[in-house]
Design a protein. Structure first.
Length: 403
């Protein structure tokens, strides 16, 4: 099997996903085109050398619909002979795009791919596509669907995680993200976003709140208590699946959950021959990948079996991994990962995570790949693992190693 190498990555800063956010004026299409052009310029891509652009985006409706990947190719300076494929694995869509590209290369179906993703959450709100898992009552009742925040609180209740633990993780995420920016740890991969006139409108992640402390988080109201305990009563739905629990403790709020943001990221994936043709030295290679389905009510536990499967496929143990990027969809997701694997917390999300930086759904997985490669190089470490929980009960993971 051919090795799949990662040659370079680029990402936009994350803009707050609301009308007054810095990237609200920029469409998902324009964000995508800017990162595609930047990656091509950085790596010397010319002509139809790329087999495909595989692009994650979750809310595929309106201006984010209609195979956004192909539209992005046509909007960018890439050769129009390059096709495009949009993929949706909810929160893991950006990682899924990289996995698909890598496995195509490994299987001999083309030598070079661009993979990544985008989400403009300020312009195309999450859930506005009317997903069947939430909107179709037949499926919702069969799957005992609850919103992700209820699922995060369900994890905390089942495993005994307290609000204090969740808030402490959030404070640490903010501290690490601020330090990473202050020390220039993101500088290699960041692409400043420009407007139509070429003026920079955002060159730094907009979501972090460096002054966050336990006292400020303690003043926040649990975000999912009302829809859980009141109408429409999602706690009762969750307890149908988990009748051993007396009640659900609601510990999550805006400060210990991932931020709603806009952003895009791209990764150049290819074979060794592809790199030689372009005169590029690979920065890392994909060692193994995994996707899993999990119980859909609690839904967010996928990083554990996905990690176990990816490690088994690589013939590795947790102790063999130097650094981890575990998406901070909610604090309880990371707390569960840390407890299950007994990993040193300093090896997990060393530059903060989505609680501080934000989670642009379709782009996050590709962003984490870039962050991990940069940090492996900075620390002179060899191996890393990226994993994300996924809505409706899935998980995805990939093991990478430096070259």
């Amino acid at each position: 099997m051919t090795d799949a190498f990662l040659f370079d990555t680029v990402r936009t800063p994350r803009g707050r996903g609301r009308p007054d956010g810095a990237l609200h004026e920029v469409t998902a299409l324009a964000l995508s085109a800017q990162v595609l052009d930047a990656l091509a310029a950085r790596t010397g891509l010319e002509g139809p050398l790329i087999e495909d652009v595989i692009w994650g985006n979750v809310t595929q409706i309106g201006e984010q619909g209609g195979c956004l990947a192909r539209s992005a190719v046509l909007m960018s300076g890439l050769d129009p002979a390059i096709p495009g494929l949009s993929v949706n694995r909810f929160c893991a869509s950006g990682l899924e795009a990289v996995i698909l590209a890598a496995n195509q290369v490994r299987g001999g179906a083309g030598e070079g791919y661009i993979a990544g993703g985008v989400e403009s959450m300020s312009r195309v709100p999450m859930g506005s596509d009317g997903a069947a898992i939430a909107a179709d009552p037949m499926l919702a009742m069969k799957a005992l669907f609850v919103p992700q925040g209820i699922a995060a609180d369900l994890i905390a209740t089942r495993h005994g995680f307290t609000r204090t633990e969740a808030d402490a993780l959030a404070v640490e995420s903010q501290r690490r993200a601020a330090r990473a920016w202050d020390e220039g740890r993101f500088a290699r991969s960041i692409l400043p976003v420009t407007d139509r006139n070429g003026l920079v409108i955002l060159d730094r992640d907009e979501h972090p709140r460096p002054g966050t402390d336990m006292q400020s988080l303690g003043a926040l109201k649990p975000a999912f208590r009302d829809i859980g305990e009141g109408m429409p009563g999602f706690d009762r739905v969750a307890l149908l699946r988990y009748p051993d629990l007396e009640r659900i403790e609601h510990i999550h709020h805006a400060g210990n959950s991932s931020g709603i943001v806009d952003g895009a990221a791209a990764v150049l994936v290819g074979s060794a021959e592809f790199g030689r043709r372009l005169g590029l030295r690979p920065r890392a290679r994909i060692r193994s990948t995994a996707r899993v389905g999990t119980e859909p009510t609690i839904m967010l536990t996928g990083p554990i079996p996905a990690t176990e499967r990816a490690l088994a496929a690589a013939g590795m143990r947790v102790a063999d991994i130097d650094l981890f990027e575990v998406n901070e969809a909610f604090a309880s997701v990371v707390l569960l990962f840390l407890r299950h694997f007994g990993v040193d917390p300093h090896r997990v999300n060393p530059n903060g995570g989505a609680i501080a930086l934000g989670h642009p759904l379709g782009a996050t997985g590709a962003m984490l790949i870039g962050t991990l490669i940069d940090e492996l190089e900075r620390q002179d470490k060899a191996t890393g693992l990226v994993t994300l929980c996924v809505a409706s009960g899935m998980g995805a993971a990939a093991v990478i190693e430096r070259v």
